[in-house]
Design a protein around this ligand. Structure first.
Ligand code: 13P
Length: 322
């Protein structure tokens, strides 16, 4: 509508004026992803967002996603201004892994290598030996296991137990979860599959084991999009945040994409397959963050001592991934 197109035009102008680039996650709303694409920014998974932000020459990054993504960008590019539509866009995995408790857990098992998911605070990253995203978690743990390392894994227990099963590695798991993926239900998914017997099931490994077991492909957001292209099926049931449907449908325009069932509807489920914090990244919020930067609301700041420590495991991840 008219209001949205005026916001879009205004944001385009502001991006140029401020030498800024929009870096968006697949879980943001379609209009945000479309704008990032149109303006030379990126739409990506957490690993690619980190890489894109680090390598892009713009002075300012505006990160449409959740707070840990902005923090990762700042840790990798301290010379850039990193803005977010709102710093209130958090992540249940990050919130469920407070640094003091996690540190005490690590201290109690000093012989373990600490591997943390990117969905954590800068302080938790600073306590880790490795940071991973879901697209390379399996390979990193395989590598550590081949060296005979015992692993502390945090915070996502579902992703951790999936990796443990796949690799057989010795892993102690922090008991965190994503409010979106934790909602997917195996029983309802099996029933849906009866209605669509030819559909392939695509599952993000932050989902419960009972859901992962039903999958034809398990992977990060970018890996699931690739799976929709490489599998021959013409129908897919997708267990991840519904934000992904925008890019997945572009990748497979002729195929039918169906949301995997969650625990309830409306007020009865916690997320209904869309992250409430990702949903805070609206056009108005982006325009406002670029135009009226309020540091406490929009600008990522990471303490320098913490940043230097967190940079070590993050750099390890990026170097391992190349
Ligand atoms: P990926 O995009 O790396 O699959 O991560 C999903 C996620 O948890 C974002 O919050």
């Amino acid at each position: 509508d008219a209001e949205k197109s005026s916001f879009r035009a205004h944001i385009k102008q502001l991006l140029k004026q401020k030498d800024a680039v929009l870096v968006a996650h697949y879980y943001t709303d379609p209009e945000i992803q479309a704008l990032a694409e149109e303006t030379g920014g990126c739409v990506a998974d957490s690993l690619e967002m980190a890489r894109f932000g680090k390598e892009h020459q713009a002075k300012t990054l505006i990160v449409a996603g959740v707070k840990f993504m902005g923090e990762t960008a700042k840790i990798l590019s301290p010379e850039k201004t990193v803005l977010m539509p709102t710093l209130d866009a958090t992540c249940s995995l990050d919130v469920g892994c407070p640094v003091n408790d996690f540190s005490a857990f690590c201290d109690a098992h000093p012989e373990h290598t600490v591997v943390v998911y990117a969905n954590t605070s800068a302080a938790v990253k600073a306590r880790a030996d490795w940071v991973v995203t879901s697209s390379i978690a399996l390979e990193v743990v395989e590598h550590l296991d081949s060296l005979g390392k015992k692993i502390i894994w945090g915070p996502d227990r579902h992703l951790g137990s999936y990796i443990q099963k796949q690799t057989g590695a010795d892993m102690l798991l922090w008991q965190g979860e994503c409010v979106v993926h934790d909602e997917f239900k195996a029983k309802a998914l099996r029933e849906l599959k009866i209605q669509y017997p030819d559909a392939a099931i695509l599952v993000h490994p932050e989902s419960p084991a009972s859901v992962v077991e039903l999958a034809d492909a398990v992977g990060s957001t970018s890996q699931l999009i690739k799976a929709s292209q490489s599998l021959p099926n013409s129908t897919f049931i997708v267990a991840t945040d519904k934000g992904i449907f925008y890019k997945m449908q572009q990748a497979v325009p002729g195929k039918l994409l169906i949301e995997a069932p969650t625990g309830g509807q409306g007020a009865t489920c916690r997320s209904c397959a869309h992250c409430p914090w990702m949903a805070m990244n609206g056009l108005k919020a982006i325009a406002n963050a670029l135009e009226n930067i309020q540091p406490a609301q929009h600008q990522i700041y990471v303490d320098e001592t913490l940043r230097e420590k967190a940079l070590i495991p993050l750099t390890r991840m990026l170097e391992f991934a190349t």
